[in-house]
Design a protein around this ligand. Structure first.
Ligand code: PLP
Length: 472
């Protein structure tokens, strides 16, 4: 696609929007300007391609399409069928999955679909069996009572939040921690790594229905073959949430024991993090769970978003191109270069390094909370997010960690040399910031923050974001 086509497309779109509500057009333009200027190190963010972005802004948004391809509750879904089938086909080919469900609106929604599918599949209830054959009207009050009892109090074993798991993996205040009788596994206090023997022990004791692997803030690979053996040893369904590292699986950086798809009964993901697609979710599974998964909407989800499914099809087609593997490898090379740069300058990293796209800095070594460090870095043009570290004394709100990740900067083209410069900027800010009178307050010389901001934006000038998009 030529430079002119992209610029023309976005300029025209803004012109049309501006004619109705200029403040929205201005905000969209300002967002691009902000993203161009900031050193984005948020591990869960990326920059989708212009083709992916443009696929979302159209009349597919107007269409209701409850149901699945070829079996809709609404008429006139032939074009939605085309894009949904394409997205699913690309996903299956890309990940080597038997079945792909591309309707979830987000990662959390994908997890809810998976939980329901596992429950519905595993609970041996005559009442549920009836429901599955769509005889819901035939269920008696007693049937419903039995069903509710059987669906409730099922057990989930997932990674704890402070060890890097996600809220939806059984964190008590989350719906997953309320729906399920929940227990979590952590990491080894010395190494920071998952101790598979401890996971096996917890599984033997707790006998979960679902064993969940996957993470938001664990900087290492997970051996899914071992996790599956643990699940099998207690008859659990093994679910992997690969939201963060789907791009590394797609790009064949994580293969063999580290590729979840051949090992898990069910895999969920977001499409907008390292996979670099539109904001959304997806579920992959074998034929056994496919029927239940496809009931996601309207069982758990609102109506599908056909415009986002169109964008998923575009992004997944991009991820199937040979150059995506190079991108995925560069994400990890950059992450390791960033970790090495920080370690060389004296930072303390959870697990001592990384083998994926993210690095978790324990900022207590600088005498700061995560909240203070996050804000000081933001003042200096470096966008990160605070994150708990294992056994975090500052809890999930203030935290003692800063999570940084490389998918976005790698998309912009920054390489390992720039990661070392980035490590220097982070180190400068963190060593020059001091704790204030509360866990949120801090002291950083504004002149230094401005200087680092300028250095951060200088670093980015050779790597323009959306170089072919000129909004004029
Ligand atoms: N699963 C994991 C592992 C995540 O890290 C996240 C988001 O950060 C989600 C699920 C939720 O994704 P979403 O925000 O799209 O619902």
């Amino acid at each position: 696609m030529s430079l002119n086509a992209e610029s023309t497309a976005f300029r025209s779109a803004l012109e049309v929007i501006r004619a109705v509500e200029p403040r929205v057009a201005d905000a969209i333009g300002a967002e691009l300007a902000d993203q161009r200027e900031s050193l984005k190190l948020i591990a869960s963010e990326n920059y989708a391609s212009p083709a992916t972005l443009l696929a979302m802004g159209n009349w597919f948004s107007d269409k209701y399409a409850e149901g699945t391809v070829g079996r809709r509750f609404y008429a006139g879904c032939q074009n939605v069928d085309t894009v949904e089938a394409l997205a699913a086909e690309h996903a299956k080919e890309l990940f080597g999955a038997a079945h792909a469900y591309v309707q979830p609106h987000s990662g959390i929604d994908a997890n809810l679909v998976a939980f329901w599918a596992i429950l519905a599949d595993r609970v041996e209830s005559p009442a549920l069996k009836k429901a599955q054959v769509r005889q819901v009207n035939d269920l008696t009050e007693a049937d419903w009572f039995a069903l509710r009892r059987e669906l409730g109090n099922q057990r989930m074993l997932g990674m704890s939040l402070d060890a890097g798991g996600h809220l939806t993996h059984g964190f008590r205040p989350n719906i997953s921690g309320k729906m399920f009788d929940q227990r979590s596994y952590g990491t080894d206090p010395t190494t920071g790594l998952i101790d598979y023997d401890k996971v096996a022990e917890a599984a033997r004791e707790f006998k979960p229905l679902i064993l969940v692997a996957g993470y938001s803030a664990y900087p290492r690979k997970v051996n899914f073959r071992i996790m599956r053996e643990i699940a099998d040893s207690v008859g659990a369904t093994f679910m992997v949430d690969m939201a963060h590292f789907a791009g590394l699986v797609a790009g064949k950086v994580f293969t063999g024991d580290f590729d979840p798809v051949p090992h898990a009964h069910i895999v969920t993901t977001t499409t907008h993090k390292s996979l670099r697609g539109p904001r959304g979710g997806m579920v992959l599974c074998g034929p056994e769970l496919a029927g239940q998964v496809d009931r996601g909407c309207p069982m758990v989800l609102g109506g599908p978003l056909p415009h986002v499914m169109a964008a998923k099809a575009v992004a997944l087609a991009e991820a199937r191109r040979p150059d995506f593997a190079g991108y995925a490898q560069r994400i990890v090379d950059n992450s390791q270069a960033l970790a090495e740069g920080l370690l060389r300058r004296g930072a303390k990293l959870v697990t001592g390094g990384t083998d994926n796209h993210l690095v978790l800095i324990d900022v207590s070594g600088y005498g700061l909370t995560g909240r203070q460090a996050e804000q000081a870095l933001l003042d200096s043009g470096i966008v990160t997010n605070r994150n708990a570290v294992p056994q975090d004394p500052n809890g999930a709100w203030y935290t003692s960690g800063i999570r940084i990740g490389t998918p976005a900067l790698t998309t912009r083209g920054l390489g390992t040399a720039e990661m070392d410069q980035t490590a220097e900027l982070i180190h400068t800010v963190l060593t020059q910031t001091t704790s204030g009178e509360s866990k949120a307050k801090y002291v950083l010389d504004p002149a230094l923050a401005d200087k680092v901001s300028k250095q951060a934006s200088d670093l980015l000038t050779t790597f323009p974001l959306y170089p072919a998009v000129d909004l004029g």
